[in-house]
Design a binder for this molecule. Structure first.
Ligand SMILES: NC(=O)c1ccc[n+]([C@@H]2O[C@H](COP(=O)([O-])OP(=O)(O)OC[C@H]3O[C@@H](n4cnc5c(N)ncnc54)[C@H](O)[C@@H]3O)[C@@H](O)[C@H]2O)c1
Ligand SMILES: [Zn+2]
Length: 469
């Protein structure tokens, strides 16, 4: 009561593209009268019956929804069992005195006397704690909890308790990250750690040869968990190993690069590259948990950090907020929540998640033209955003000031790659997507358009604008 569930729930539902059901409001609407009135006329017992029924119905709906429960709802054993079976339950944390201030202002029947309110709060708390799958105090916290993403300074040191279950663990890292943070991860994993493995640094990790080595080294059984410590290349490749080894074992990415923490480590897309293109082989394999420790970014080389900002800018453009201006730990948490929300909304990438590809059609073409070694993914995405926003101004009504904002956040430095090779790569992308380039544009910050088809010459001109010489 007074935790702000209705406000938070509505915002959460909006973000996840799900219906919102406020059980108290539903009961009032159905009864045609207020809860206070139901208490007075028929008693609390009758209200609890109606409440149980309302919750049962909401949880039975075939489309997943965000459901806000009244403060006393968990008094029912039947409701607790149903939540256990059908829901991911988030406890919205609130200070009891704040809750009292809010609840007493609403005239609710059980919020009329402060002493009584506080004892009720204390009595209910253990039941909430026993039923909740996670706790949160804001919308981002609820999204991250639902996605299994843990963000916190010092999280690496808690890795042992953050990896779900109690089965054996194998740790995978590239030589650089393993050399810097491997020992801390090993220490934190303690007795559960049964083996450590190395993947090559960079895109070299995302090859069949590297995977074959890793598959043959692994000695985990089906209860095992693979922990992937590193940037997006490590987590993409190790995640694919987890998706395929023994037909799929649990995995926990611990992203260590900026690209990884705001994007690649979240959402369960795993992938390998083929000589013909990036990410052409892969699987959706949702992690058992994602552990993000922004403190790990301190050892990230300056260039990686600067170029990784492109994914932050992309996320901010999609969210319609200048997230790139935030201080780092907060920036990571906000971006991770935006990414997580897209992935919960569309886990198999069949609809709205495509928006995360803003700038990426161009980025992948530049990366391919540079043989995957000329420019990093982050740098390519930065360039791709310039092309996507330019086309958005020309074809989607985006206000030109957005281009200026982008230029300030990410100055445009054209790439040194071959124009024809880049265009050919972009066209190959086209074939994969059934004959047409389908772009993500922005109508306005926070309002992406997916599946936009434009004439070839417009697309080519935008691509050419990213290439030097
Ligand atoms: N799966 C997804 O949803 C998704 C999303 C975005 C990008 N990606 C993929 O991610 C890859 C790019 O990821 P990346 O930029 O993290 O590349 P990366 O994994 O190659 O890491 C970049 C470099 O930074 C080093 N590094 C990473 N963390 C470090 C740290 N804390 N301290 C010191 N050095 C550190 C690595 O050793 C590496 O040399 C691309 O292959 C891209 O396709 C995947
Ligand atoms: Zn990307």
């Amino acid at each position: 009561m007074g935790a702000g569930k209705t406000t938070l729930g509505a915002a959460l539902a909006e973000l996840l593209g799900r219906p919102f059901v406020d059980v108290d409001a539903e009961i009032e609407e159905r009864a045609g009268t207020s809860i206070a009135e139901i208490f007075r006329e028929s008693g609390e017992a009758r209200f609890r019956e109606l409440e149980e029924e309302g919750i049962r119905e909401a949880l039975r709906a075939s489309e997943p929804a965000v459901i806000a429960l009244g403060g006393g709802a968990l008094g029912s054993g039947a409701t607790r069992a149903l939540l256990n079976a059908r829901a991911f339950t988030v406890l919205v944390e609130v200070d009891p005195s704040v809750a009292w201030e809010r609840a007493s202002a609403t005239g609710r029947p059980l919020a009329r006397e402060e002493g009584q309110f506080h004892s009720l709060f204390a009595e209910r708390l253990p039941v909430y704690e026993a039923t909740a799958d996670a706790r949160a105090s804001d919308v981002d916290g609820a999204v991250l909890a639902a996605a299994g993403v843990h963000v916190g300074l010092g999280a690496l040191d808690e890795l042992g308790s953050l990896v779900p279950g109690d089965g054996p663990v194998a740790l995978v890292a590239d030589p650089r990250v393993g050399g810097i943070h491997g020992a801390a991860a090993q220490l934190a994993l303690g007795d559960r750690l049964v083996s450590t493995h190395e993947l090559p640094a960079g895109e070299e990790a995302k090859t069949v040869a590297a995977l074959e080595r890793l598959w043959s080294e692994l000695r985990l059984d089906r209860r095992g968990t693979l922990v992937a410590l590193g940037g997006g290349c490590t987590t993409d490749a190790a995640g694919f190993a987890a998706a395929t080894y023994l037909r799929g074992i649990a995995w926990v990415p611990v992203p260590t690069s900026l690209v990884g923490q705001v994007d690649a480590g979240i959402g369960g897309k795993t992938a390998l590259d083929l000589p013909g293109g990036k990410n052409l082989v892969g699987a959706f394999h949702w992690p058992a948990r994602v552990v993000i420790d922004p403190a790990l970014l301190e050892t990230l080389p300056h260039v990686e950090r600067a170029e990784g900002r492109a994914e932050v800018v992309k996320t901010g453009l999609l969210a319609g907020e200048p997230l790139w201006e935030l201080p780092e730990p907060e920036l990571v948490r906000r971006c991770a929540a935006v990414k997580a929300a897209y992935c919960i909304r569309d886990p198999l990438d069949r609809g709205p998640r495509a928006a995360l590809n803003l700038g990426h059609t161009f980025a992948h073409a530049l990366e391919a033209a540079g043989g995957y070694s000329e420019l990093t993914h982050g740098r390519a995405v930065g360039l791709g955003l310039h092309a996507a926003l330019r086309l958005s101004v020309e074809h989607a009504g985006l206000d030109p000031s957005a281009l200026r904002t982008l230029g300030e956040a990410l100055p445009l430095e054209p790439a040194r790659v071959d124009r024809d090779r880049a265009w050919a790569a972009l066209r190959r992308d086209k074939k994969v997507e059934s004959g047409r380039v389908r772009l993500v544009l922005l109508e306005a910050p926070g309002r992406p358009l997916t599946g936009v088809e434009l004439p070839d010459d417009a697309v080519r001109a935008a691509l050419d604008g990213l290439i030097a010489g």
